[in-house]
Ligand binder design. Structure first.
Ligand SMILES: *[C@@H]1O[C@H](CO)[C@@H](O)[C@H](O)[C@H]1NC(C)=O
Ligand SMILES: [Cu+2]
Length: 206
């Protein structure tokens, strides 16, 4: 009887992991100007898929980063610096040396109203462990990020991308279940440990 219950518990515990639900985070960019946007960040095998649309700026390139704090009210200036847990030098998204939060530029193009589609995968950003950007913020700047190559005194810290125009907190979208800080291992490892523990327990009791 007890063994049967343990089987049932084992199966119930394992279900969420077999589904392997990727974590999805969301950030709604807002500003004192008319810049708005919605960016979704989804775990994939290739890294974090960053996808969304931003509207409200003329065509051009605008610096885009994850900043270290989720304090975005009232004008994005309390959001701290670029998220940089390794103390690296500023770069672009594809640079070897970069802040974790360095995402290069967002390109606004003129199709009817100017808008920018953000769509890339990044293997440095995560939604778990040390490089997790959950609770931090996405910030858009008024100038182009020179990716550290501009030779300005601010190139190596901010890419000389100027004041902040819009920002949003990176929050949980799905799944609903707790995103505990401890679960920095992948679901398949948890699945293995959970089933091993429960099935061993079951054999001992038989
Ligand atoms: C750095 O860039 C700012 C903003 O574009 C500009 O005002 C400043 O003159 C530049 N400084 C240098 C040393 O080039
Ligand atoms: Cu920034």
């Amino acid at each position: 009887m007890l063994a049967r219950w343990l089987n049932i518990i084992a199966i119930i515990c394992v279900i969420p992991y077999t589904k392997g639900e990727p974590r999805v985070a969301i950030a709604h960019l807002q500003s004192l100007q008319s810049v708005t946007g919605q960016i979704e960040l989804t775990e994939t095998a290739k890294g974090l898929h960053v996808y969304g649309v931003i509207t409200g700026l003329p065509p051009g390139a605008y610096g885009f980063h994850v900043h270290e704090l989720g304090d975005v009210t009232p004008d994005c200036n309390l959001a701290g610096r670029h998220f940089n847990p390794e103390g690296a030098t500023h770069g672009g998204r594809e640079s070897t040396i970069r802040h974790v939060g360095d995402l290069g530029n967002v390109l606004f193009v003129n199709d009817r109203a100017a808008s920018a589609t953000v769509d890339f995968e990044d293997s440095v950003l995560t939604l778990r462990g040390q490089n997790s950007i959950l609770g931090r913020s996405l910030v858009l700047h008024i100038h182009e990020d020179d990716l550290g190559l501009g030779g300005n005194s601010t190139s190596l810290t901010t890419g000389n991308s100027g004041p902040r125009v819009a920002c949003g907190v990176i929050g949980i979208k799905s799944p609903y279940e707790p995103w505990s800080a401890a679960s920095s291992v992948s679901p398949s490892v948890l699945l293995f440990i959970t089933s091993l523990t429960l099935f061993t327990l079951r054999w001992k009791l038989l």
